[in-house]
Every structure is written in structure tokens, then in C-alpha cells.
Design a protein around this ligand. Structure first.
Ligand code: OGA
Ligand code: FE2
Length: 532
């Protein structure tokens, strides 16, 4: 019983520490260091094994020479008393010592290192998560499979490509998700790379098996048959393929029969693709377009009214002598960006404070009102209080000075880190009328405004986009954006719906402050009209 409790106590911290690596680069850098340590330990092992072999080789060579001479003239050899003595000594002790050396296990250090580190390794869920992130990026950024596989991404510093085996793995993950579209793409890529002569342990028969099934599932019977034929050329006895072939022929024949009476099979195909397209919500398409930087353009007339200026926070004494740079990013809803508003040192401090506390970000489940993780918010985040560091406190004051809003009713500073594929799909920051309890426990009203610091540049992807109005805001280290989520009347402004696009290359750090209604009564008085 006691042992049981102790064992459980030992295991729990590890299972807690280990959650969703793929959601944050911050945690993955630890893994890189782990791997580096393991390589060092592996090299030590190799050295030890090599020096052991070296010793054994020397012994073998020495004895080879010796036995050569001895066997040529055994009696003459043993006539020398030293030789006789040495023969006794060798056989009585030295061969035994050599035996021990041969048996000696040099791998202890490396194996115990592996055992310790293995607890912190990613698991199947992490691997699947990282694979799904790749598929998500492929869709959002319209990347063709070959480009992704050859690693030809914009802004990459360390090019890396996928092997046929990797492609096969991605295809299998798509397959287990019943995502036959991506299964086809990735199995085809694996096959292509093998056809081009890539040396690999991936097996064409297996690939063709998956591929023909995925193609069949998507309704292309002719191609499915052709692929199955190819499979059978490689493995004529393949049971499932033989069965499928018969089935395909049967279906083909039946279709031909039906086609004689009506010729609208093409119509049917068209309808099917149409249905597939309709599955994508228009918002999703807009979101993805904005993420790719294919912004819906603002008219020149509107654009001309966007300005940049020096801003002193409405004659705030702290900014009168040193106003800050402010740029209009959008007019309606008004989104402004502050430049050089957080220093590199402050960013480092905030990141260091947040790192040990980063955990998978949660969202409000509208049905239960509880916090849960969701595929549409993939990042790690932590909350920092103004009490724990003068830097955080100083940042809070800065937000108060520049927005003119009271930060004492705001939520704590949230720090978020998005890894590759990390994103936050379109959402509102404020609570809607149908979820009046969203911020009830805070007792400070709804989220009146959002302040968002960009604490890193992002090599590719990772924009903050507003699909309702077509705005894309690109991350730039040291800047911050600000917008009101509510009209002065207290009504939610639905045009503020926004999203964090998946990071394609690099990693994204942001921190944000959600300001609440209470305390702003005199700072931002209400109006009589609802939607202003
Ligand atoms: C959020 C958010 C946008 C971004 O955290 O609520 O919208 O670009 N973030 O990270
Ligand atoms: Fe948001």
C-alpha cells in the first residue's frame, strides 16, 4: 500500500509535466537540449566501445604473433623458462581477464541516461499533433505537397525535407482521421519519392494499398483500379487487392449498365465536389485568405484616412515629453498599433517569468461554462500578475496610461506562445448575450477592450486577422495593437471577430491584456445609441 502511494506520487508530476509539446516552441527547445545531451552520452558510449575493441585487437595481434612462433618450434620455445612461465600466466589469468573485458557492458551510462530522459519524451499524441499541424498548414497556406516535402518554405533558416517514410507516416495519420483527401496527397508523395529512386524502408505495396483505398473513398474508381493493378504487379498474391479488384470491376460494370440509361455521372461528380466545397464555411475561407496575406483591399479613400502620429496618452505626464509612435491599422473597428512600446529586455523578462508556467491554453465551453482545451486554440499560455515583478507592473501602467482605461479591473497579463501550426481560430474576446455568465465570477463586467503585445517576429504566418472586415495585422516585435470589443453603449462589436493564424515558420510570442467595463464609467462614458 505504501509502495503504491509512493509510486503514484513519483509518477504524477511527470504525467503533468508532459502535455502537448507540439503546441509550443518554448517547451520543444527543452527537447532539443535533451537530444544534445543524449548525443554526447551516445558518443561517450561509442568511444568506450571503440577503446574496448582496440584493447581486444591488440591482445589478439600479440597472441597471433606469439602462437605463430611457438607452434613453429614448440619444444625450442618452451625450452626458455620465461616462455614457460608466461604461458602458465597467460592461460591461468590473462585469458580470463580478456574474457571479462569481452563481456564488459560499456552501455550502462548511455542506457541509464536514456531511461531518465525517456520520461520527458513526446508520446504518440504529440507526434500525431505535430503531423496534424503540418496538414493544417498545408491547407491554410495553400502549400503543395511537394513544396512541403522538399522543405521549400518562405523564410526558413534550416531547410529540412521529408523522406518517403515521413510522407507515408503523414498519410497514415490522415487516414486514421478518415481524411482521405490528405491521405491521397501524402501517399502519392511517398510513392513519387520512391519512384524517383529514394532509398527507403517504406514499402510501395503498403503505400499503394492505402492510396487506392483513399482514392476509392473519394469516388475515383478508375484511378483506384489503376493503383490496385500497380499493386498487384508488385505482389500478385495480395489478398485484399485481389478482392478489391474484383469488387471494382463489379462496380464498374454496374455503373456502365446504369450509364446506358442516363449519362449524368459527371454531373454527380460535380455535385460531390460542390458539397465538399460547401463544407468549408465562408468565414473559414476568408480567414485562410487573410492568413496568406491575400487581404480584401481597403478602398484608397478609406486608406487615405489612416494616419500615424506621436501620441502622449491625452497629455499624460509620463508621455508629454516622450510621446509614443502610434499607427492606424484599421478604421472600423478602429485598430491602432503602438510602435517600440515594449523593450527587448522587458520581453525577455516576461518570457522568462512565463516559461515555467506555460500550459495548454483553454477556452470557455459554452455548454458547460467550464474551461477546456480545443483544437481551435493551439498554444501555450500563462498568466502574470503585476505583483510578482516590477516589469509586469510597469507594463500594466503603460497600458493604463496609453488607453486611458483603468487596469485595476483588467485580467492579469496573459502570455502566449504559439509553436509551428499554433493558432486561435476566429472568436470574440467579449462575452455574448447568450453567455451572460462568461465573466460573472470576475465581477468586472465584459471585456471592453484588448491590448496585444507582439513579443517576437514571426518568419512566416502567424498574423492576427479580422475576417469580418478583412484586416490582417502582422506581428512585429516590440509593437502592440489595441481595439475596443464593445461599443460605448456596452453592446458587443461583432466586427471585432478575430483570429491568430497558424504559425508556418518560426514561433510567435504575444502577451495580452483584456480590459473590463468596471472602472471605465468616467473614462469612456456610455452613449445613448446602441451601435456606436
Ligand atoms: C487572443 C487572440 C491573437 C494573436 O489571445 O485572444 O486573439 O494574434 N490572440 O495571438
Ligand atoms: Fe482574441
Amino acid at each position: 500500500k505504501i509502495w503504491y502511494t509512493i509510486a503514484l506520487g513519483l509518477l504524477l508530476p511527470f504525467s503533468y509535466a508532459h502535455t502537448d509539446f507540439f503546441t509550443s516552441i518554448g517547451h520543444m527547445t527543452d527537447l532539443i537540449n535533451t537530444e544534445k545531451d543524449l548525443v554526447v552520452s551516445l558518443k561517450d558510449y561509442i568511444k568506450a566501445e571503440e577503446s574496448k575493441l582496440e584493447q581486444i585487437k591488440k591482445w589478439a595481434e600479440k597472441l597471433d604473433q606469439l602462437t605463430d612462433t611457438a607452434t613453429k618450434d614448440p619444444e625450442g620455445f618452451l625450452g626458455h623458462p620465461v616462455n614457460a612461465f608466461k604461458l602458465m600466466k597467460r592461460l591461468n589469468t590473462e585469458w580470463g581477464e580478456l574474457e571479462s573485458l569481452v563481456l564488459k557492458d560499456m552501455s550502462d551510462g548511455f542506457i541509464s541516461n536514456m531511461t531518465i530522459q525517456r520520461q520527458f519524451f513526446p508520446n504518440d499524441e504529440d507526434q500525431t499533433g505535430a503531423a496534424k499541424a503540418l496538414l493544417r498548414l498545408q491547407d491554410t497556406y495553400n502549400l503543395d505537397t511537394d513544396t512541403l516535402s522538399r522543405g521549400n518554405l518562405p523564410g526558413v533558416k534550416h531547410k529540412s525535407f521529408l523522406t518517403a517514410e515521413d510522407c507515408f507516416e503523414l498519410g497514415k495519420i490522415a487516414y486514421t482521421e478518415a481524411d482521405y483527401y490528405h491521405t491521397e496527397l501524402w501517399m502519392e508523395q511517398a510513392l513519387k519519392q520512391l519512384d524517383e529512386g529514394e532509398v527507403s524502408s517504406a514499402d510501395k505495396v503498403y503505400i499503394l494499398d492505402y492510396l487506392s483505398y483513399a482514392v476509392y473513398q473519394q469516388g475515383d474508381l478508375g484511378k483506384a483500379m489503376m493503383l490496385t493493378k500497380r499493386l498487384l504487379e508488385l505482389d500478385p498474391e495480395h489478398q485484399r487487392a485481389n478482392g478489391n479488384m474484383k469488387y471494382f470491376e463489379y462496380i464498374m460494370a454496374k455503373e456502365k449498365e446504369a450509364n446506358k440509361s442516363s449519362t449524368d455521372s459527371e454531373d454527380q461528380m460535380e455535385k460531390e465536389t460542390e458539397v465538399k466545397k460547401k463544407d468549408y464555411l465562408p468565414e473559414r475561407r476568408k480567414y485562410e485568405m487573410l492568413c496568406r496575406g491575400e487581404g480584401l483591399k481597403m478602398t484608397p479613400r478609406r486608406q487615405k484616412r489612416l494616419f500615424c502620429r506621436y501620441y502622449d496618452g491625452n497629455r499624460n505626464p509620463r508621455y508629454v515629453l516622450g510621446p509614443v509612435k502610434q499607427e492606424d491599422e484599421w478604421d472600423k473597428p478602429r485598430i491602432v498599433r503602438f510602435l517600440d512600446i515594449i523593450s527587448d529586455e522587458e520581453i525577455e523578462t516576461v518570457k522568462e517569468l512565463a516559461k515555467p508556467r506555460l500550459s495548454r491554453a483553454t477556452v470557455h465551453d459554452p455548454e458547460t461554462g467550464k474551461l477546456t482545451t480545443a483544437h481551435y486554440r493551439v498554444s501555450k499560455s500563462a498568466w502574470l500578475s503585476g505583483y510578482e515583478s516590477p516589469v509586469v507592473s510597469r507594463i500594466n501602467t503603460r497600458i493604463q496610461d496609453l488607453t486611458g482605461l483603468d487596469v485595476s479591473t483588467a485580467e492579469e497579463l496573459q502570455v502566449a506562445n504559439y509553436g509551428v501550426g499554433g493558432q486561435y481560430e476566429p472568436h470574440f474576446d467579449f462575452g455574448r448575450k447568450d453567455e451572460p455568465d462568461a465573466f460573472k465570477e470576475l465581477g468586472t463586467g465584459n471585456r471592453i477592450a484588448t491590448w496585444l503585445f507582439y513579443m517576437s517576429d514571426v518568419s512566416a504566418g502567424g498574423a492576427t486577422v479580422f475576417p469580418e472586415v478583412g484586416a490582417s495585422v502582422w506581428p512585429k516585435k516590440g509593437t502592440a495593437v489595441f481595439w475596443y470589443n464593445l461599443f460605448p453603449s456596452g453592446e458587443g462589436d461583432y466586427s471585432t471577430r478575430h483570429a491568430a493564424c497558424p504559425v508556418l515558420v518560426g514561433n510567435k510570442w504575444v502577451s495580452n491584456k483584456w480590459l473590463h467595463e468596471r472602472g471605465q464609467e468616467f473614462r469612456r462614458p456610455c452613449t445613448l445609441s446602441e451601435l456606436e
